[in-house]
Design a protein around this ligand. Structure first.
Ligand code: F6P
Length: 356
């Protein structure tokens, strides 16, 4: 009799820790459940093309500290809105159902962010046995305290803040660092706090240029002739809009240049901009993310083997639990402007550019 089978895929943007999830799921499926694991290539695309590879513990050996994803990934490939050769979108979800039946897949672990989880939920509603693992450096998924990849991104951004500090201080400059995070300010808030930034601009708290200038002048009066501004890519001026590199795809970017141009008009310090970009997403996961990803991978394999579908693994306090996938996609998790974390930052003298 053939072994029971779990498929596993990574969807959306990559993130440090994906390989750690894959490795943990493969090991758990083999060691605890006697399941075999099929690695589905290029996210949901592999469920339409049938591009898969059997993942054995041997094949996944050594991937724990590696960034990226062994299975590759894409932001495209939504089976419900699949772009054909003529560019027209069509619903290919039936092809997914056929592939799952043909290959006798008993459960699919989808590792992804908001977009991937929405697709997973729709497929689950059509009868595909889906289990989900939340992933994003943005940490903006509801229903889990943290997503893996986030702390690695924070560590990279904090290192950048530290480096900018020494050069800012040497030259009496204002350094504006733009970090990722989409419409959530988590990476900016955490790295800004960890690096001791003077001004942190997050999407949840629209800023006023005059408040940033006020903070810079106050610091000058106190003898600090340099400033570190950490700005989330999704931040916006009060009454203004987000800055897009490409509005049609809603690709954020460039707000740091806007902030720099605005404040330059009012201060006599030089202003420089650093856009950190995909460095935050590449490379090896830090220990926290390796452990969280491994715990998620184990729990996801357990859920699939127990037949608990339509559920997503999540971190709640110290424990890994499971929640309905739909709970994670209902609303993004944003920075609470009245939270203890924000209040701590304010007590430490951080300005959010809103005059508090
Ligand atoms: O969601 C993760 C993320 O890195 C965001 O922080 C960022 O806005 C986006 O993906 C960048 O996407 P892409 O890799 O497609 O440019």
């Amino acid at each position: 009799m053939r072994k029971r089978r779990i498929g596993i895929l990574t969807g959306g943007g990559d993130c440090p820790g994906l390989n750690a999830v894959i490795r943990a799921a493969v090991r758990t499926a083999n060691n605890d459940h006697d399941y075999e694991v099929l690695g589905i290539q290029l996210g949901f695309e592999g469920l339409m093309t049938g591009a898969m590879v059997e993942l054995t513990p041997e094949l996944t050996r050594g991937i724990l500290p590696k960034g990226g994803t062994l299975l590759r990934t894409t932001n495209r490939g939504n089976p419900f809105e699949y772009a054909g050769a003529d560019g027209k979108k069509e619903d290919r979800s039936k092809v997914v159902l056929e592939t799952v039946a043909r290959l006798g897949i008993d459960g699919i672990i989808a590792i992804g962010g908001d977009g991937t989880l929405k697709i997973a939920q729709r497929l689950y509603e059509l009868g595909v046995p889906m289990v989900a693992v939340p992933k994003t450096i943005d940490n903006d998924l509801a229903a889990t305290d943290y997503t893996f990849g986030f702390m690695t991104a924070v560590a990279v951004a904090t290192d950048a803040v530290d480096r900018l500090h020494t050069t800012a201080e040497s030259h009496d400059r204002v350094m504006v660092l733009e970090v990722m995070g989409r419409n959530a300010g988590w990476i900016a808030l955490y790295s800004g706090l960890a690096g001791g930034a003077d001004i942190i601009l997050v999407p949840e708290i629209p800023y006023r240029t005059e408040e940033i200038v006020k903070t810079i002048r106050e610091r000058q009066r106190e003898g600090a002739m340099f400033d570190i501004v950490v700005v989330a890519e999704g931040a916006k001026r009060e009454g203004g809009e987000e800055s897009y590199l490409d509005k049609s795809t809603r690709r954020l970017g460039g707000i740091a240049y806007q902030v720099a141009a605005d404040i330059s008009q009012h201060i006599d310090l030089e202003v420089r901009v650093t856009v950190l970009g995909h460095i935050q997403r590449g490379g090896s996961p830090i220990a926290f993310d390796r452990i969280l990803a491994s715990r998620f991978g184990k729990e996801a394999a357990d859920l699939a083997a127990r037949g608990e579908f339509g559920r997503m693994v999540a971190l709640r306090g110290e424990n890994i639990v499971s929640v309905p996938i739909r709970d994670a996609i209902s609303n993004p998790k944003l920075v609470d402007t009245q939270s203890q974390l924000v209040k701590t930052a304010l007590s430490l003298g951080v300005s959010f550019g809103d005059g508090r």
